[in-house]
Design a protein around this ligand. Structure first.
Ligand code: DDH
Length: 299
């Protein structure tokens, strides 16, 4: 048990939870990043509701949103951390876990501030349907991300989160990783998006996504590589492909593919903004709107 306010101890504990042999690609990092993003990505600028403050995903109304399928794994992986540091709120823990995971997987250090509070019941959780639908296109990306107050450049930078992790048929319906090393943060997603030939396929259960099949794999009759591991094609979501078919997104994809430092810089700023949406602080950094329109918080 750490002393209240010892966020350094929590960071270390989160980092120690990342290694998960037998789970996905061996790391809880990607699901922590998605948990942080989905906790924040419900924000609506116009009504000033949603966002990472509140940790509403603990309640079925938000946690059971089909868009959040699978994030229960991320929340469960963090329970032992919460038990050892009971003073931290879930809203702080989930956002910090995303930030720590990105750094531990070779990504940038994203500024993070504490002070979020947890909703005491489910009466004020944001409505379902605010998170993006991967089957749609550029207009949908703008509808969702402009609603949070992001620009086209920030939409593309944030989409670089898909350097990490994978899709699971039993969670989202989509299947496979975006990059060859999905537990290493880099700009590879943008390079592959631009440079590989993406083919639209329909999965057996009817979901459409894009895949790239390495021609070398065709030589191996059984589809196994030398280590005996099953090779799987890389994938892109329809919303990812929208980033190269839309004339205003495409120039940013090209720049991030060429310049990893620029991508890291822009991703850092956009992710830091994401996890602060709806939060207002005083000069000391204390949150001043704990009783904002979502209401009903304890600290
Ligand atoms: Fe994502 N994402 N994401 N994503 N995302 C999925 C997985 C991961 C969309 C759809 C999906 C961001 C934006 C979008 C991560 C990070 C980020 C999956 C697969 C779908 C579907 C889920 C599953 O089957 O388990 C769509 C649509 C958008 C969009 O419209 C832009 C952003 C902004 C981020 C970010 O990090 C800031 C990560 C990490 C994963 C991998 C999760 C895992 O368990 O692995």
């Amino acid at each position: 048990m750490s002393s209240p306010g010892d966020y350094e101890a929590v960071r270390k504990d989160i980092a120690a939870q990342l290694k998960k042999p037998g789970y996905d690609d061996g790391s809880a990092g990607p699901v922590f990043v998605r948990l942080a993003w989905h906790s924040a990505g419900t924000y609506d600028l116009e009504t000033d509701t949603g966002g990472s403050n509140g940790a509403g995903m603990r309640y079925e109304a938000e946690g059971g949103d089909p868009a959040n399928a699978g994030l229960a794994h991320g929340r469960a992986f963090l329970e032992p951390v919460k038990e050892r540091h009971p003073w931290i709120t879930y809203a702080d823990l989930w956002t910090l876990a995303g930030v720590v995971a990105i750094k531990e997987m070779g990504g940038p250090e994203i500024p993070w501030q504490s002070g979020r509070t947890d909703l005491v019941d489910d009466s004020k959780v944001p409505p379902r349907g605010r998170l993006p639908d991967a089957a749609l296109g550029a207009q949908h990306l703008r509808d969702v991300f402009y609603r949070m107050g992001f620009t086209d450049q920030e939409i593309v930078a944030l989409a670089g989160g898909h350097n990490l992790g994978r899709c699971h048929a039993d969670r989202s319906g989509f299947q496979g990783p975006w990059v060859n090393n999905p537990t290493r943060f880099s700009n590879q997603f943008f390079r592959l998006l631009l440079n590989l030939e993406w083919k639209l396929v329909t999965l057996p259960h009817g979901v459409q996504q894009y895949i790239y099949e390495d021609p070398d794999m065709a030589d191996e009759a059984d589809g196994d590589d030398e280590d005996g591991e099953k090779e799987e094609p890389l994938m892109m979501l329809p919303t990812d492909i929208a980033l190269i078919t839309d004339p205003d997104f495409l120039p940013w994809v090209k720049r991030y593919a060429e310049d990893k430092d620029l991508f890291f810089d822009h991703f850092t700023k956009a992710f830091a903004k994401l996890i602060e949406l709806g939060i207002r602080r005083d000069e000391q950094g204390h949150i001043i709107n704990t009783d904002n329109k979502l209401g009903g918080y304890v600290s």
